[in-house]
Design a protein around this ligand. Structure first.
Ligand code: GLN
Ligand code: ZN
Length: 755
């Protein structure tokens, strides 16, 4: 039995990488200093894998920014706008990731890595792009590991996944690039094979539903790569889903072993055992690379029985389900977690030990103590009253169809809401947050650390709210917000006030580049002990006669941006959160709030990888939003907000959410997204964003007017709202005021025109 992981988190247990990279950007550290931090981290990670007794250590899983960007640079896939920069320079690499505002070079696009919260840099393919092996970072890392006495296993993003995840910028078909790309991969594999006995090639797209022409390319690709590898073992890694629906052709690929994600997709094992050649290697990904729970070792052994009894143990590997990139580094650093909860968890370092124990058990070593401790923790968690709240369970079981619908359809509600709210044509509003100044963050920090009194903190926040209300009145906005100064994060804020959540001190996970997030952990049944936003919203409303929108985060978004318990279906956890949000909604309504927004920024990213699972997901996700939002009377106006612009796949589901008003990101794509609504029009009110808030650039009145005119081609005047793309918390005041001024002016011009 061999052991390995598919990759280790890069950031360091104290986020060393983040701090080193950021100080390099600021010019405070030299490139050599940054490389020293990087080298130390790599050595540490290899050491952890060796200490866990692994047969190999992963190389190439480390990156200063992103592994897809590394791959693009390595293959020479440099988009034309970066070609005038110094080839191979670290500054060029970071410019590709972050752009160069001074030189007017936009960065490469970034998007979510499958259904995780990790964002990768999207490779760009342009006509005539000359691929060539342009970096020897991976070869060097591999050699370095070998020289340090480790047995390296380089990790390479496979050519088909690389092409599939990129985008072609001209009329070319991305698959046409394969012929040029493949020789570069062959050269890479040839060079790597000098320094290792095994190479891992990641093809997570093999778990999706691929078109037959793509799968047909796989045979050719892997025939060439395996030739290039010579006697070096090629392991094809699939993860995030099952690959058994593609076994027809995967089983014929001339690779030496196949990795399976048996955490996400345990049911594929029998099929793979029946069809994957018995003499070939099989890597069983059984320790969850995407969550923070301790593995149930006995349950894993039981799951693996068919493999263990029917396969030669020399062909088997135990491993992580996917790269451990998606979990925090070391539980040891968590000194403030409730010890009971902590005992249920495992971070990357602990997961490596679990893999080791599993293999040692199988090899007949005495691991009775480890096994006893593991079983005790699992049993303790299974039976703990901390995870179980009978009232919450009953509530979820008693969800009725009536809970999921408003009293009347939109047309009736809208007719009731209009005279009450008395809003002008093209109402103007914002998405919720206003600039989070250093002062606000200081107040919050002092409050969190207990260095200022509750009263002082309240006063500071109330002052901020007063200021934000005054600004909005002066700008002439129609529906106001309180500005969210009390929120550090739209999920954490709610998690901290809900039962069933806990928080770590150092449970950081890379989100993109140097940005890390610390997701809340949902360990138990979720409920709301007391109102969470009511005071702030009420206070804000007292400052103005204009309506102030209540501001909540939706259940699907809270779910997607947390580490979720794995002992209940995600759907059920989401229903519990939805009830808690519904409670808040009803309190806000009872206190006189006439408009309430429920943000569902993450609805789309929760989509399953397989098209065939999408409908089931959308059904429960939309139902959870409806459970959260439908308790109110007809006269209460419900808004929702989503900040992305690809709606084609989910336009129908979004309509089914039945919010009275939806605001969405649209300005960056020049209202392109409205095409999705041409074929299936959004039936209620809609505010396509007219200001790209991702940069400090102030859009002109003319430009906003123009975007609104375009929106009017698709959206009737009486259902069109005017708002920015997203919240303004990362913006500064000067550009915020200037942009909102232009937004209001453009709206007024439009109103004058249509009257
Ligand atoms: N209400 C939130 C804000 O304005 C929404 C943020 C988001 O959609 N990501 O900050
Ligand atoms: Zn947004």
């Amino acid at each position: 039995m061999k052991t390995h992981i598919l990759g280790f988190p890069r950031i360091g247990s104290q986020r060393e990488l983040k701090f080193a990279v950021e100080s390099f950007w600021k010019g405070e550290q030299s490139e050599a200093q940054l490389q020293t931090v990087a080298d130390t981290l790599k050595q540490t990670h290899w050491g952890i894998q060796r200490d866990a007794g692994f047969d190999t250590v992963a190389t190439g899983d480390f990156s200063l920014y992103d592994h897809l960007l590394d791959t693009a640079v390595m293959l020479g896939a440099i988009p034309p706008r970066f070609q005038s920069l110094e080839p191979g320079a670290l500054s060029t690499y970071f410019t590709m990731a972050r752009g160069d505002a001074a030189q007017g070079i936009p960065p490469m696009e970034m998007t979510k890595w499958f259904d995780t919260n990790y964002h990768y840099i999207v490779p760009e393919f342009t006509h005539g792009m000359q691929f060539k092996l342009s970096s020897n970072r991976l070869q060097q890392d591999t050699r370095q590991a070998q020289e340090a006495g480790f047995s390296p296993k380089p990790v390479v993003v496979g050519p088909l996944t690389f092409l599939q995840l990129g985008k072609e910028l001209d009329s070319c078909n991305r698959w046409d690039y394969l012929d040029d790309l493949l020789p570069v991969y062959e050269e890479l594999i040839r060079q790597l094979s000098q320094h290792c006995d095994i190479i891992q090639i990641d093809e997570p797209i093999f778990c999706t539903e691929l078109s037959p022409d793509v799968s047909a390319l796989a045979q050719k690709v892997y025939t060439q790569l395996s030739r290039a590898a010579g006697s070096t073992h090629l392991m094809l890694a699939t993860y995030f889903e099952s690959c058994d629906h593609n076994l027809d052709w995967i089983a014929d690929l001339p690779v030496d072993s196949l990795h399976l994600d048996l955490v996400r997709a345990p049911a594929q094992l029998p099929e793979v055992l029946a069809r994957w050649p018995a003499q070939k290697g099989l890597s069983l990904g059984i320790v969850d690379g995407r969550n923070i729970w301790k593995s149930d070792l006995l349950q894993i052994i039981e799951l693996l029985q068919p493999a263990l009894t029917h396969r030669d143990p020399n062909t088997l590997w135990f491993g992580s389900s996917c790269s451990l990139l998606h979990c925090p580094v070391n539980l040891e650093t968590e000194t403030e977690l409730d010890p009971e909860l902590r005992n249920w968890m495992a971070f990357a370092v602990q997961k490596c030990s679990e893999i080791d124990v599993l293999a040692r058990l199988q090899n007949g070593d005495d691991c009775s103590e480890e096994l006893r401790q593991n079983s005790a923790a699992i049993e303790h968690r299974r039976t703990s009253s901390l995870t179980y709240n009978p009232t919450v369970r009953t509530r979820v079981e008693t969800i009725k169809p009536d809970h999921l619908k408003r009293h009347h359809p939109f047309s009736v509600r809208s007719a009731i809401q209009q005279p009450l709210l008395n809003l002008p044509l093209f109402p103007t509003t914002t998405i919720g947050s206003f600039p989070q100044t250093a002062e606000i963050r200081r107040s919050r920090k002092a409050h969190r650390q207990g260095t200022c009194s509750e009263a002082t903190y309240r006063k500071a926040m109330e002052q901020e709210i007063c200021q934000v209300i005054k600004e909005q009145e002066q700008l002439g906005l129609d529906v106001l917000v309180h500005g969210e100064p009390e929120r550090n994060d739209m999920v954490e804020y709610f998690g901290q006030q809900l039962d069933g959540f806990c928080f770590t001190q150092q449970g950081w996970v890379q989100s993109y580049g140097s940005r890390c997030v610390k997701p809340p952990i949902i360990y138990g049944d979720v409920s709301r002990p007391k109102p969470m936003t009511l005071d702030w919203i009420q206070f804000a409303q007292q400052q103005t006669d204009k309506p102030v929108k209540g501001m909540l985060t939706g259940p699907v978004t809270i779910l997607c941006w947390s580490f979720v318990r794995n002992d209940l279906p995600r759907r059920v956890v989401c229903q519990q959160i939805a009830w808690a949000i519904r409670d808040e909604l009803l309190d806000l309504e009872a206190a006189g709030t006439r408009i309430i927004q429920i943000d569902e920024a993450a609805l789309r990213e929760g989509m399953p990888l397989k098209a065939s699972d999408e409908q089931a997901y959308l059904q429960w996700a939309v139902d959870c939003f409806r459970l959260a939002s439908c308790g109110v009377q007809d006269q209460t106006q419900i808004h929702t907000h989503m900040c992305y612009s690809e709606f084609n796949a989910i336009a129908e589901a979004i309509a089914a959410m039945d919010a009275d008003v939806i605001s969405i990101e649209a300005s960056r794509s020049g209202m392109e997204l409205l095409q999705a609504f041409e074929t299936s029009p959004y039936p209620n009110d809609i505010g396509p964003g007219v200001w790209d808030i991702h940069s400090p650039r102030v859009p002109s009145e003319e430009e906003i007017f123009d975007l609104l005119q375009r929106a009017r081609n698709v959206i009737p005047d009486d259902r069109l709202w005017v708002n920015p793309d997203c919240g303004l918390k990362t913006r500064a005041w000067p550009e915020t005021k200037a942009s909102l001024q232009n937004m209001v002016a453009a709206t007024q011009r439009l109103r004058a025109l249509t009257h």
